[in-house]
Design a binder for this molecule. Structure first.
Ligand code: COA
Length: 332
C-alpha cells in the first residue's frame, strides 16, 4: 500500500477569560473602533496567571484524541509548534508528552511562529509517509498574554494577540477517501527583525540584563506595515503554488483556512482568490491572532460547524514572522 496521511481528529481550547477591546481601552490609549477597523478583532482570550502554554495544549490535545478515538498510548510522535514555550529549553513537546501520559515517544518543537502549525503538519505528513510512524499528534499552542505590554507604549501589538491551542491527530491511510496532498514552504530571513522578540538571545552579551527589560527589547517588536505589505502578496502566492502542484483551482476548494492574523489580510487573500466570504474561514473577531494555534483552532471549529466535510478540498495557509509563509492542501 502507498502510504498517505489523513486527519483522524481535531480539537481546540481557549482559556475561559475573555478580554474585549473595551477592556483594553481601560489599560491603554486605544479604542474599540481603531482595533476593529484595523484588524477585525473584537475580543481575545487571556489565560489565568497559573496556566502555561502546555496546559492549553493538553486540553486541545485531549479533545483531538477523543475526536480521533485514540488513547494516549496510540500517539507515536509529537510535533509542537509555539513561540511561547513554557521554558527556554527543553521544548514544549517533551512537557506535553509527560503531561498527557504518552509513551516514551519522539517529541519535538517547531519555532516558526505563525507558520509553525503548517510546517509541523508538513513534517508529520513526511514522518507518516516515509513509514517512521503511523500516528502523529501535531499541536499549535500559544500563551502570548504575559509578553504583551498592556500599556499605550505596547498598544501597536498588545491589541492584536491572544492565547489558545489547537491540535490535530494525523494517521496513515491508503489515500482512497481522505489524504494530505502536499505542501509549500518558504522563508526570507532578510525580514527577521520586522516581527520579533529579540532578547534574551544567545548571540547577545550579556545574555540578559535589566536594561533589556527596561528598553522593551524583551517585548514584541513589529513593523506592522512591512508585515502587512508582504502578507497580502505572499499569502495568496503560496496558496496558488500548492493548488497548481495538484491541478486544483481556487473554486474547487470547500474552504481556505488562513492563519488568523488580521481580517484585512484575510480579505485581501479572499479577493485575490476570488472566493465568497463563506469559503475563507475567519474567527479573528473572537480570538485575535493566536499565532501557531490559529490554524488548528480555525480548522477544528470549521469541522465542528459543518463547514468542512469528509472528502472536501481544504487549503491551510499562513504568513508570519521570519518572514515565513507556507500552505498545505488536503482532501479532508
Ligand atoms: N490603538 C490606537 N492607535 C494606535 C494603536 C492602537 N492599538 N496602535 C497604533 N496606533 C496609532 C499609531 O501610533 C499611529 O499613530 P500616528 O499616526 O499618530 O503615528 C496610527 O495609529 C497608525 O499606525 P499605523 O501603525 O500606521 O497603523 P496601520 O494602519 O499600519 O495599522 C496594523 C497597524 C498593525 C493593524 C497594521 O499595520 C497591520 O495589520 N499589520 C499586519 C500585522 C499582523 O498581521 N501581524 C501579525 C502577522 S502574523
Amino acid at each position: 500500500m502507498t502510504r498517505f496521511t489523513r486527519i483522524a481528529g481535531l480539537g481546540h481550547y481557549l482559556p475561559p477569560r475573555v478580554v474585549t477591546n473595551h477592556d483594553l481601552e481601560q489599560l491603554m490609549d486605544t479604542s474599540d473602533a481603531w482595533i476593529q477597523e484595523r484588524s477585525g478583532i473584537r475580543e481575545r482570550h487571556f489565560a489565568a496567571d497559573d496556566v502555561g502554554c502546555t496546559d492549553l495544549a493538553v486540553e486541545a490535545a485531549r479533545a483531538a484524541l477523543a475526536d480521533a478515538g485514540w488513547k494516549p498510548e496510540d500517539v507515536q510522535f509529537v510535533i509542537f509548534a509555539t513561540l511561547s514555550p513554557d521554558l527556554y529549553f527543553p521544548g514544549n513537546g517533551v512537557l506535553l508528552q509527560h503531561k498527557l501520559g504518552l509513551g516514551e515517544v519522539g517529541a519535538m518543537d517547531i519555532r516558526n511562529q505563525c507558520t509553525g502549525f503548517v510546517y509541523g503538519f508538513a513534517m508529520a505528513d513526511g514522518v507518516i509517509r516515509m513509514g517512521t510512524c503511523d500516528r502523529v499528534l501535531v499541536i499549535g499552542s500559544e500563551l502570548q498574554s504575559p509578553a504583551l505590554r498592556l500599556t499605550t507604549e505596547g498598544r501597536d501589538t498588545a491589541v492584536l494577540f491572544g492565547d489558545g491551542a489547537g491540535a490535530a491527530c494525523l494517521e496513515v491511510c491508503d489515500g482512497s477517501a481522505s489524504r494530505v496532498l502536499g505542501h509549500r514552504m518558504h522563508s526570507n530571513g532578510k525580514y527577521a527583525l520586522e516581527l520579533t522578540i529579540q532578547r534574551p538571545g544567545a548571540a547577545n552579551r550579556p545574555w540578559i540584563s535589566n536594561e533589556m527589560i527596561e528598553d522593551g527589547s524583551c517585548g514584541i517588536h513589529m513593523n506592522g506595515r512591512e508585515v502587512f505589505r508582504h502578507a497580502i502578496t505572499k499569502f495568496p502566492a503560496v496558496i496558488l503554488e500548492v493548488l497548481a502542484d495538484h491541478g486544483v483551482k481556487p473554486a474547487d476548494l470547500a474552504l481556505v483556512v488562513p492563519h488568523q492574523a488580521n481580517e484585512r489580510i484575510t480579505e485581501a487573500v479572499r479577493k485575490r482568490l476570488d472566493l465568497p466570504d463563506e469559503r475563507v474561514y475567519s474567527n479573528i473577531g473572537r480570538y485575535g491572532n493566536t499565532t501557531a494555534a490559529s490554524i488548528p483552532i480555525a480548522l477544528s471549529e470549521a469541522v465542528t460547524e459543518g463547514k468542512v466535510k469528509r472528502g472536501d478540498l481544504v487549503c491551510l495557509a499562513s504568513f508570519g514572522s521570519g518572514f515565513t509563509w507556507a500552505a498545505s492542501l488536503l482532501r479532508y
